[in-house]
Design a binder for this molecule. Sequence first.
Ligand code: AMP
Ligand code: ZN
Length: 460
Amino acid sequence: MIKLYNTLTKRNEELKPIHPGLVKMYTCGPTVYYYPHIGNMRAYVFMDTLRRVLKYNDYKILGVMNITDVGHLTDDADSGDDKMEKAAQKEHKTPWEIAKYYTNIFFDNLQKLNIDIPEHITKATEYIPQMIEFIKKLEAKGYTYIIDDGVYFDVSKFPAYGQLSNKSLDDVGVARVEENNQKRHPFDFALWKFVSENHIMKWDSPWGVGCPGWHIECSTMSGDILGDHFDIHTGGIDHLPIHHENEIAQNDCAYGHRVVNMWLHNEFVLVDGGKMSKSLGNIYTLDQLQEMGYSPLSYKFFCLNTNYNKKINFTFDALKSSQTALINLKKLIAEHKSSDAKTSPDTLARYKKEFLDAVNDNLNTALAMGVLFAMVKGESKSHDIYELAIDFDRVFGLKLDEPEEKVESVVPVEVKDLAEKRWQAKLSKDYAQADVLRQQISDMGYSVLDSKEGYVIERK
Ligand code: AMP
Ligand code: ZN
């Protein structure tokens, strides 16, 4: 039995797939206008863990993740510029080139984090006709109205609006209708935005030339592949109050019934106690971490040690500890691998149960990691323990079976150069120079361990 925290009902609920044995899930993918940062990537580490836990429990998955390559404005609530067009102007490229470039980088990041990729990846720009059909359906049912800058959804026709974030249509607070005073209610949102002639990404529609609203993208692409009733929808917590409320409104009104059974949201990665975000300029990318000598999987390890729905504060000390712990874990597992000894089936079954109970309890990877460490540290060396550790790695996806040299390979090139010069100095018996170089390596946070065959560089 898998229990998951459903943000819609605010309870831990047992997963009961609509089709026994098959889980249909949708993940809000990235807006590809800039480098994904490690905060963004936590959303996909979470998706990965969920997929892996489902597979560990023998479920089949039909998963969809979108790529938002048009329509996401700089403000979630339909004001500001299109992020893609803005990036294109800044970088003197077309929005299509921007989308292609950053989509490739996003996939490279997924691969580096060993993320299990959904069965379907859908690009918003490839679903425009279906989006137009979706809007026509809402229009036919009387949920839309047209104003100067687009076709809007009329939230007053959906009194249940706000369930996910616990707000009602009266809770407008200070959300005055500012820029767009033709909107009937501040929560009304654009389904189709009219754009000027010089806008590059634009399509014909029954209402005029324009581009889709961001929210309609997800409702259309999920419905197209998963149908009008599916099990799980995931995304980052920042999508909850606007994007996901709007998806629910569109879905429930178009189909006349609830479409998504469970909503799951990952919490933020914080930096110095505040949100890490592109707009605040306090972001790190996986590539930057790698240049500094941290492997992407150390970052994944860092994420897995806090449950997906708790905030985590990113610090380099914590990342360094994660890298060290991951290297140690691999070493311990490798020691079990080379043993011929056996472990009793009862002991193995106990660990397996503890592990399964942890991951099936709302993906408690932190507890599950504790079970793995307790097992590989506490039990005497045995090949059975090795096999069970690698079985647990089906959930973590940390490549625990790969030799730790892979992790070493992310040592910065400057450090590698110094280590090589030091080795050459030692071979030519220039010990004074070798000591100077050792000190320089140490100042950069690394140490070198010598053996007969050569040397190994380690983070201190
Ligand atoms: P975006 O490309 O802005 O649509 O974001 C991609 C995903 O990253 C979404 O699911 C966001 O909710 C999520 N996200 C954005 N910032 C953070 C953060 N600091 N920590 C965790 N998730 C985030
Ligand atoms: Zn979405």
